[in-house]
Ligand binder design. Structure first.
Ligand SMILES: Cc1cc2nc3c(=O)[nH]c(=O)nc-3n(C[C@H](O)[C@H](O)[C@H](O)COP(=O)(O)OP(=O)(O)OC[C@H]3O[C@@H](n4cnc5c(N)ncnc54)[C@H](O)[C@@H]3O)c2cc1C
Ligand code: FES
Length: 330
């Protein structure tokens, strides 16, 4: 029989039960007790709590949000820790209240179809156990094997009980190998939605920037813009290593081309025969963007080196961080 522990949150005194091995944040959500959170996987630090009493086990020691001083201060991540005894906790960020874009829930997902898109790049279709609502640009955390959790951005518009992800297989990567090895009809736990990258509704122009599998989040955003026929100027930039890796390029071209004022620029690091594709990085395509960066809402997704390069370029162009909404895929 599995053990259960009691977790008490100070100073309010709310309490909830946690099953052995369960994450503190998941158990709180199940019980309807609010604990602050944002990313759900260990990168933002919003879920930090002070361990007033009890013993915990960290489930992700190298989590980016863990600071060397946290151990001295008795601070832990509620999204990446489980209990080893009854606990008393005190949230660090008490000013963070439930947000409209984070009605995060726990679902099960059945793998119903897989499409080959490019070299080691696939689209995965999952059927959830019930309808879900998310904002395009957000992501899910899939538990691919017990305690093997990875984030994947939804690649289509929200609206029913199905979700799609576009993922790359990284040689030796535990999570992507597990995802690529799932047999059809496998059922895995999934939490969604997470993330702060969703369309802001004002009259600023929009820049969408995808690197590699960042196309997943950017496609979902383009779908949303297409559904409403958004009249704002939309400039999309999509870069990859080679032409076959520019997966879903036609889909993105159609979505952006169907907008009242949409333009798309693609780039590949390796030269290719198609002269409409710039040879270079997505930053090179952006450099050629003459104006408007400073006033636009910028949505950016992709692997860490690409996201960092774009952020540094935007910094030199004095673009305010408030206008940049991004997911760094790692
Ligand atoms: C917000 C977000 C959205 C993403 N969207 C996509 C997408 O749409 N398509 C895509 O192909 N990839 C996406 N990724 C990357 C994906 O989550 C994996 O990092 C990638 O597949 C490599 O994982 P791996 O296990 O194969 O490689 P490994 O090298 O084995 O994994 C290391 C990476 O796994 C992550 N990680 C480690 N432990 C945990 C944990 N407990 N919980 C969560 N993450 C952990 C860390 O980012 C780390 O860099 C996204 C990442 C993030 C953060
Ligand atoms: S919710 Fe972001 S680190 Fe836990």
């Amino acid at each position: 029989m599995s053990l259960t522990y009691r977790v008490t949150v100070t100073p309010g005194g709310e309490d909830f039960e946690l099953h052995e091995g369960e994450r503190i944040l998941t158990a709180a959500r199940r019980a309807g007790v609010w604990l602050p959170f944002e990313c759900g996987w260990g990168s933002c630090g919003t879920c930090k709590v002070t361990l007033v009493e009890g013993e915990v086990l960290s489930l992700f020691d190298g989590a980016p949000a863990v600071h060397p001083r946290d151990a001295k201060r008795g601070r832990i991540l509620a999204c990446q820790s489980t209990a080893r005894s009854d606990l008393t906790l005190k949230p660090v960020w008490t000013d963070v209240s439930p947000r409209a874009h984070l009605g995060t829930g726990d679902y099960t997902a059945e793998l119903t179809a897989v499409d080959e898109l490019g070299p080691d790049i696939r689209r995965f279709h999952f059927q959830l156990d019930r309808t879900v609502t998310y904002r395009e640009g957000q992501y899910a955390v899939l538990e691919l094997e017990p305690q093997l959790r990875r984030c994947y951005s939804m690649a289509a518009a929200s609206g029913d009980s199905q979700v799609q992800f576009i993922a790359k297989r990284y040689g030796g990567g535990q999570g992507s190998e597990a995802l690529f090895s799932l047999p059809l009809h496998a059922v895995v736990p999934i939490e969604l939605p997470y993330g702060d990258m969703w369309l802001r509704h004002d009259d600023r122009p929009i820049l969408l920037i995808a690197g590699g599998t960042g196309i997943s989040a950017i496609l979902a955003l383009a779908h949303r813009l297409a559904v409403v026929g958004d009249p704002r100027p939309v400039h999309a930039f999509y870069g990859a290593g080679s032409e076959p890796e520019l997966v879903c390029r036609q889909q993105l071209t159609d979505l952006i081309g169907g907008l009242p004022d949409g333009r798309l620029r693609t780039a590949t690091a390796h030269p290719c025969a198609d002269t409409s594709i710039l040879t270079g990085f997505v930053t090179d395509a952006l450099m050629a963007h003459p104006e408007g960066l400073e006033t636009a809402h910028i949505y950016l997704a992709g692997p860490p080196p690409m996201v960092d390069a774009v952020l540094s370029m935007l910094h030199t162009r004095k673009v305010s961080l408030d206008n940049i909404h991004y997911d760094r895929f790692g």
